[in-house]
Design a protein around this ligand. Structure first.
Ligand code: DON
Length: 599
């Protein structure tokens, strides 16, 4: 116990020494943007049949093209994901990993986990230098930061399980974009510029994204012939080419030549997993609501359900009401304290999911909130999750808290088809442009190794989320994630599809979007436009978007919160179903020019 307190105090000290904002590069949705468009859409895009909402119009078009060709939501989602790997290189990927939550029109839900895995040669101390210090770059940039990619295995498994079309068909839009090229947008120019110092270190990245040092200008065409060739090989030979065939050979050769750890064996052993979804039921205003969300190795579903349970009987009036913001901030503080202590890869440790998502445990946590004053995170620590019916003895032991860390850039998209099948999917390279390494097969590689606890007792290189001993590096292990694709069902009918990028803020902003829809009755676009805030226990700060009034900031400060303004938090591309008309209402996030397209 005493040792735990000592470690907790050390973690607090470390957190105060390494405030957020320290990372060398930060994803678009995490930066303080001054260029948020003034005119935000006030209405969702409505359509009778299908809808695709993504970060990029070309990706949304790819999904709609597949829906119109008779594909279902899973066909469209797989096409959209491959298209994002071409048109949104910062986050869309085949060299990373992610999660796909599917709810079929018949009510069956499935979670596809294609999170990356640590290679066999990875070890707990692999980023620690001979002097005992953490190598600040090794887990975030270059070959050694790369975990075994899962995207191709996961997308093809989802397609095989539920799709109607062939892999070659759903790959067509992505192949076309890579081969014929896409217009270089202002956003791409800005990103290439921001990531230049990392990209120019690696010859393929310099060649493809920096135009061999001649750089791109808005309106140029970005062609990716190497990626097109790789996508064509996948279309022809299936995922086996990526994990055992020619693509695997190319990747393993790059790794061997340039100091990476991934071998042919690691690729051959990669396994996507089908996991049980998390469910929670709520009764609000005579309606039965069900929230379906992401299980570990995501921490998000547990956290969102724990929060909704705590808030179940708490009045929430809206985000211009300081009392409502206060209560949700305090709930966030507590779910993040639990995340830090208990969440990790469930294949390697025992995560007390049942206790953490038990409504009666939520009641006990709620009782620790002061209704008028901010708590201090120094005094709030992980709870004692347990299933009430089994008594306190069923509770889990908190892991020792030893490290900080979470990485930046990711993309979320949502799809609903005409039959009512729905997909919420979030996938990532971790950092913007991942490890910044592009393989000789033309695709960027993740730096997901930094989502592990990279050095017990020392903060990870990216921004500060406390994580546990259970999340330390081990061969074949999946690093803990915050990605939270989530689907909401009302009276047995599909109602809302949501999720976001944003590292730890994913959890907070996905939660807020669900509250906006389910508790506050906002329409889909209002639920996405509404101002967002975040608290992650440590550092002990309330982050609020610039959209909040100065009065709200004053109110929160007077309750005792250290307040930090953020440009914006998260990028949610959601779809709501109009319960009266059945229309699909696409709401892309105006914080970064998302795009909802229906038909
Ligand atoms: O899986 C995770 O939680 C992180 N790799 C996600 C990183 C992220 O969302 C960065 N975006 N800002």
């Amino acid at each position: 116990m005493r040792k735990n307190i000592f470690l907790l105090l050390s973690a607090l000290l470390i957190a105060s020494l390494f405030p957020l904002g320290a990372p060398a590069q930060t994803a678009a949705e995490f930066r303080d943007h001054t260029d948020i468009p003034k005119q935000w859409p006030q209405q969702p895009v409505r359509s009778a049949h299908g809808m695709v909402a993504t970060d990029d119009p070309l990706a949304s078009q790819a999904g709609v093209e597949i829906l119109k060709r008779g594909g279902n939501a899973v066909d469209a989602a797989v096409a959209t994901a491959f298209a994002l790997a071409v048109v949104e290189p910062a986050a869309g990927n085949i060299g990373g990993g992610g999660f796909m939550l599917v709810r079929l029109a018949n009510g069956k839900s499935t979670f596809f986990d294609y999170r990356e895995m640590a290679p066999a040669k990875a070890g707990r101390d692999m980023y620690i230098m001979p002097d005992g210090k953490l190598d600040p770059e090794a887990s975030t940039i270059g070959y050694r930061s790369v975990a075994v990619p899962g995207t191709v295995a996961g997308l093809t498994l989802a397609l095989k399980t539920y799709g109607k079309l062939k892999l070659a068909d759903v790959l067509q839009p992505a192949i076309r974009y890579a081969e014929q090229g896409i217009p270089v947008t202002d956003k791409l120019v800005r990103e290439f510029d921001e990531e230049r110092s990392g990209l120019q270190r690696y010859s393929m990245s310099n060649h493809i994204f920096l135009n061999d040092g001649k750089y791109f200008h808005a309106g140029d065409t970005l062609r990716q012939p190497e990626l097109a060739a790789t996508l064509k090989r996948i279309a022809k030979n299936g995922p086996a080419d990526f994990y055992q065939g020619e693509i695997a050979q190319m990747l393993a050769k790059d790794m061997a030549a340039l100091g990476g750890l991934i071998t042919l064996d690691d690729l051959a052993h990669y396994q996507p997993k089908v996991r049980d979804v998390l469910h929670a039921d709520f009764k609000i205003d005579d309606h039965r609501w069900e929230v379906i969300s992401s299980p570990p190795p995501s921490s998000g579903g547990v956290a969102v359900i724990e929060a909704l349970n705590m808030l179940q009987n708490v009045p929430i009036k809206g985000w211009d009401d300081p009392q409502s913001v206060h209560m949700v901030l305090e709930v966030m503080r507590r779910i993040f304290a639990d995340r830090a202590a208990y969440l990790a890869d469930p294949d390697f440790s025992n995560v007390p999911v049942a206790g953490l998502t038990d409504p009666c445990y939520a009641k006990e946590l709620l009782a620790t909130i002061d209704l008028t004053r901010a708590s201090s995170s120094k005094e709030i620590h992980a709870g004692n999750p347990h299933v009430c019916s089994q008594g306190i003895s069923a509770s889990a032991k908190a892991n020792t808290i030893v490290s900080l860390g979470e990485g930046p850039h990711t993309t979320h998209f949502s799809v609903v088809d005409s039959a009512g099948n729905a997909v919420a999917s979030t996938f990532t390279l971790n950092d913007s442009y991942g490890s910044h390494v592009t393989s000789s097969a033309g695709f960027l590689l993740n730096d997901e190794m930094d989502d592990f606890t990279t050095q017990p007792g020392v903060p990870n290189a990216l921004f500060g989320l406390i994580q546990s001993e259970a999340n330390t590096i081990g061969p074949g292990k999946r690093p803990l994630s915050s990605m939270t694709p989530t689907i909401v069902v009302r009276d047995g009918q599909l109602s809302f599809v949501t999720g976001s990028p944003g590292g730890p803020t994913i959890i907070s902003v996905t939660l807020l979007s669900v509250i906006n829809w389910m508790r506050l009755g906002m329409d889909a676009q209002a639920a996405i436009n509404a101002p967002r805030f975040h608290h992650q226990w440590l550092p002990d700060e309330a982050w609020i978007e610039i959209l909040f009034s100065p009065q709200m900031e004053d109110q929160l400060k007077s309750r005792g919160y250290p307040v930090k303004r953020r440009g914006h938090l998260g990028l949610i591309n959601a779809i709501g179903i109009d319960s009266k008309t059945g229309e699909r209402c696409g709401a892309a996030d105006p914080r970064d020019n998302g795009s909802a397209i229906g038909y």
